[in-house]
Design a binder for this molecule. Structure first.
Ligand code: SD4
Length: 334
């Protein structure tokens, strides 16, 4: 590609100076074009926090960590812990709806700016699984621990066992048991699985994702949230993405990894999220009426995107000192 054309393309897609300059190394050099490069320099928006659903307190908590100069990894961990501790939220942490046997099992993962990753899957009795995932990343030679092994590891690191099934969640499960209709239940309008991405003032990116998974899932079922590239992916050179909704569909399209790779190819975060939803809904014969998937994404410049299959997906965004809940655009407009 001719250098000037590349610059134009980069400008439109919002890649800005950082990405442009690194690509220019292999391009032809001319003095004239140096001026064009300066003209497309987009001031990155930092710090920034974005998270799935209506999660103002979680986002505010993460933003405060960043504003006080804390690490971007601390920011996403602390932010996610807010939702894990919120007993009203019924698809994350304590208060999450149980599996079909009445057990609350949690999944979480975390990625730092170095591309390190840690996850726990199907953990019972431990509320702050996002912090356990971080410990897996930092204190073990592994990236994933599951079920009893993860629980034992958590206890060995000082986490306390507690009953995660609240009265409210127990009552909902007992009501469900009357019909026991076994199909993954995915409420289109109201989840609280939290996927969070943050950028600090230096431009470093981390992400975290934590959930109790689908209500009344089969025992042992794991969704996208703790799987690298599924519920979360971060590449510090490009940006990050996170997912919520029916994990099976996210996993089959490796959604978050796909979004980051599409951004690497020059798509904006919004375009990348839309294409990732397209990969799900455009499968031949796919009946997407009864399930929801929503994505959020951010690139290195602090541009954000969000897109879902159905209406009612929203996200919280902190940037330039403001923390707002925003409705996501969506595919199914009819
Ligand atoms: C899962 N993606 O386990 C999660 C569920 C979810 O809001 O996002 N619920 O498939």
């Amino acid at each position: 590609m001719k250098r000037r054309n590349f610059i134009k393309k980069a400008s439109v897609s919002g890649l800005g100076l950082v990405a442009v300059s690194s690509t220019l190394i292999s391009c032809e050099e001319t003095k004239k074009d140096e001026k064009v490069v300066a003209a497309v320099n987009i001031k990155p928006i930092r710090p920034l926090v974005i998270a799935t659903w209506n999660t103002p307190l979680a986002v505010e908590t993460a933003a405060k960590v960043l504003e006080k100069g804390g690490s971007v990894l601390d920011a996403v961990e602390q932010g996610c812990r807010i939702e894990e501790a919120n007993e009203e939220g019924m698809s994350v942490g304590k208060g999450g709806l149980p599996d079909r046997d009445g057990d609350v099992t949690l999944d979480a993962c975390i990625m730092n700016e170095k591309g390190d990753y840690g996850a726990v899957l199907g953990v019972k009795n431990i509320k702050h699984v996002i912090s356990v995932a971080r410990k897996v990343m930092e204190d073990t030679p592994h990236v994933m621990l599951v079920a009893e092994g993860a629980e034992q590891f958590a206890v060995s690191k000082g986490f306390k066992r507690e009953n995660l099934l609240t009265e409210k969640a127990k009552k909902a499960w007992e009501k469900w048991k009357i019909t026991s209709e076994y199909k993954p239940i995915i409420n289109i309008e109201n989840h609280d699985t939290i996927g969070m991405l943050a950028i600090d003032k230096n431009g470093d990116i981390s992400g975290a994702c934590t959930t109790s998974g689908l209500a009344y899932k089969m025992a042992g079922r794991v969704g996208d949230s703790p799987i690298i590239g599924g519920g979360l992916f971060v590449d510090n050179e490009i940006g990050g993405a996170s997912a919520t909704g029916l994990g099976e569909e996210v996993l089959k399209t490796v959604g978050s990894f796909l979004i980051v790779e599409l951004m690497r190819q020059g798509k904006t975060p919004q375009q990348a999220c839309e294409e990732a939803i397209g990969r799900i809904v455009n499968k031949p014969g796919k009946d997407f009426k009864n399930f929801q998937v929503g994505y959020i994404a951010v690139n290195k410049q602090g541009e954000t995107g969000a897109y879902s299959i159905h209406e009612h997906f929203s996200y919280n965004l902190f940037k330039e000192g403001e923390n707002k809940n925003m409705p996501s655009d969506f595919f199914n407009k009819v």
